[in-house]
Ligand binder design. Sequence first.
Ligand SMILES: *Cc1c(COP(=O)(O)O)cnc(C)c1O
Length: 384
Amino acid sequence: MTSLDAFAGDKLNQLEAASLLRRLKPTRRLPGGWVERDGRRLLSFSDNDYLGLSHHPAVIAAAQAATAEHGAGAGASRLVTGDNPLFSALEERLARLKGTEAACLFGSGYLANTGVIPTFAGPKDIVLVDQLAHACIWAGAQLSGARIIPFRHNDVAHLAELLAEHRASARHALVATDGVFSMDGDVAPLGALSDLCAAHDAWLLSDDAHGVGVLAHGKGSAALFPGAVIPLQMGTLSKALGAYGGYLCGSKAVVDLLKTRARTVVYTTGLPPGAAAAALAALDVIEADPDMAALPLAKARAFTQAVGLPPATSPIVPVIIGEAQAALDASRALEAEGFLVVAIRPPTVPVGAARLRIAFSAQHPDAEIARLAALVRPFVKVTA
Ligand SMILES: *Cc1c(COP(=O)(O)O)cnc(C)c1O
């Protein structure tokens, strides 16, 4: 055995012993929120396709037509020959949706955060990050070379203390948070964060991966806080918009700098044209049906009420189980009943906070939600 294989084998054994080994499971996603795994049909509560748009006929048709017209791939970096005309059309639509001057597309949400943060922060700067922020915000902060200062989850007072202590020592300060937290479903206090950033000349980045398409008539989490100033509004095309790709909405100067300097724009191939066309069509569908965007949250609220949890604030509802193995067992019990609810384990969530992460879609039948609630209720811990 080579030392490389020995290293990998040891790591795998350790992960397996701690119930932390992850395995890919081929899954056919079907319309209506259904999936097929190991020959079984399950109703999935583990997709981020909150509106079912990945299977919407108009979205599929747009992707097919754009692929036929422009080819399967963009062929080069956008700065070479890969800047398909669909991209600027999509950027205009996203900027309009978010109320910003401009937008910049990225290959994915992960690539957006790992490109944006290092463009605006460097070794003389500080990046303050919510402890529960998504992995790609941490990755972007690390790539920037700035000093990273974590703040307690959604704790504005703690962030205020840290800014008071450290802001003067840094050239620039960037504050980064999820708008909707991906594993907890709660919403960041963007109004208070915006005020604090204004007081300390800090730049606020909000990641709206789970807000766009589902909160505030589809505009996303920032629109829940009128008056909040969020100069860096990041998000993804890969969740409620049913396609693939990421974006940053901001001022013209911010976006122009990204397009010439962000390494995940410059040194990577443009999006597949079909993905951009799909996202454009998804935005059309959302605009044409203003009530649809509210459905995932309404369904999540019906569920939290049925199981006795505080009212959902987004389509994501966590049911904290604790140990990784117990979360896996709970997930398996639900699967036996026809529900796919994937267990989320460390390091995606803190040690001891393994959970069922239940994500609601506009398409979930109410009767199935009620049946799921009855099965999940015994796992819900009663808190004082
Ligand atoms: C999923 C997610 C991303 C990454 O988006 P992709 O387009 O899937 O790369 C970024 N931030 C948050 C909060 C997410 O949940």
